[in-house]
Design a binder for this molecule. Structure first.
Ligand code: TRP
Length: 333
């Protein structure tokens, strides 16, 4: 089953259910590109920093992620859903590639810097420096041409390009230099107005939230803080409620009308939020339906992961054979 299509590799760490930020920043592109590319969708369990704290949580999250993928319409018949640690070639390639990444390069990586802040300097695990290299290995493993991701991942993709160039120069042309592709909404604001929707900030709407939960979350959402009464002229720019309308309400005329009335002070936050909750629930309904279908059939989820992992493992073995040949590890032949 080798395909002549160009390849995508992208992935997510199994840390919990996926939210609207994942959808608008990345998943939407994955869905769109499934026809055109052969897609490798990776569940990166080697790269979860709190693994030892709660193995059960990671195990659960592996299935949560797969369920969310199926729910949004990613198709395991066409795309390969795979689990990283079941393909130890990723670890082997990481080790070789780590010789070609200067430590200073990693220390400058802004995404990494932000993540390390939760650790005392003295207790930052070495894995914080190896996991971005592992991400490089993930992408190079199927020789991906395109990596659709959220904006925060761009420094890692840039590093992937550098490592591919360096490896090819030293050992011969093995890897293509992949391009990054960021979604329609590169960084979705949180419900609380924080620059980023994220699980750890507790400001997310999950793809699996039921209608009532979504409506409640929208009611409590951060809006224009300068507006006290519904008759005060309001601000649309930078207002999370309108950012979500722009991102998820397909009824442009309704959004335009709400914005005009908001600025004039002739519509209250209550109505703007009610309409947003309706739009979000209409968007999430088909996702919820597909999720329920697979939730009731866990065997299908396991089979999707097993088939994808088995295919990705074969591809990885092929690449590693080339890498070993390029590095001339055939000592005993
Ligand atoms: N680091 C990514 C995240 O935190 C997950 C990931 C692992 C990834 N390997 C990848 C993304 C390869 C793109 C390509 O979500």
């Amino acid at each position: 089953m080798t395909s002549s299509k160009k390849r995508i590799l992208t992935g997510i760490r199994p840390t919990g259910p996926l939210h609207l930020g994942h959808y608008a920043g990345a998943l939407e592109n994955w869905l769109r590109l499934q026809e055109e590319y052969e897609c490798f969708f990776l569940i990166a369990d080697y790269q979860v920093s709190d693994y030892a704290d709660d193995i059960d949580l990671v195990r659960k999250a592996v299935f949560e992620v797969a369920l969310d993928w199926l729910a949004v319409g990613l198709d395991p018949e066409r795309s390969h859903f795979h689990i990283e640690s079941l393909i130890p070639e990723h670890a082997e390639l990481t080790l070789w590639l780590s010789w070609y990444v200067p430590l200073a390069r990693l220390q400058r990586n802004p995404t990494l810097k932000a993540e390390m802040e939760s650790f005392e300097t003295k207790s930052v695990p070495v894995a914080f420096f190896t996991y971005p290299v592992m991400q490089v290995a993930n992408i190079l493993m199927p020789k991906a041409h395109l990596v659709p991701v959220g904006e925060d991942q761009l420094p890692h993709i840039e590093m992937t390009r550098e490592v591919a160039r360096r490896f090819n120069r030293l050992f011969g042309e093995v890897f293509p230099e992949p391009e990054a592709l960021v979604g329609r909404v590169p960084r979705l604001v949180g419900l609380d107005g924080n620059a980023k929707m994220s699980k750890s900030l507790k400001n997310a709407i999950y793809l699996k939230d039921d209608a009532e939960t979504v409506t409640k979350k929208v009611k409590r959402m951060f809006t224009d803080p300068t507006r006290i009464h519904a008759t005060d002229p309001g601000h649309v720019e930078g207002n999370p409620v309108f950012m979500y309308h722009d991102a998820f309400n397909p009824n442009e005329a309704e959004v335009q009308d709400l914005k005009e009335r908001y600025v004039k002070g002739t519509v209250g936050d209550v109505e703007v939020k009610e309409k947003l909750a309706l739009a979000l629930n209409a968007f999430l309904d088909p996702i919820r339906e597909r999720r329920a279908h697979y939730e009731a059939r866990p065997k299908l989820v396991r089979e999707a992961l097993a088939a994808g992992t088995s295919h990705a493992k074969k591809v990885a073995e092929g690449t590693m054979a080339e890498v070993r040949a390029a590095l001339r590890l055939n000592y005993l032949e």
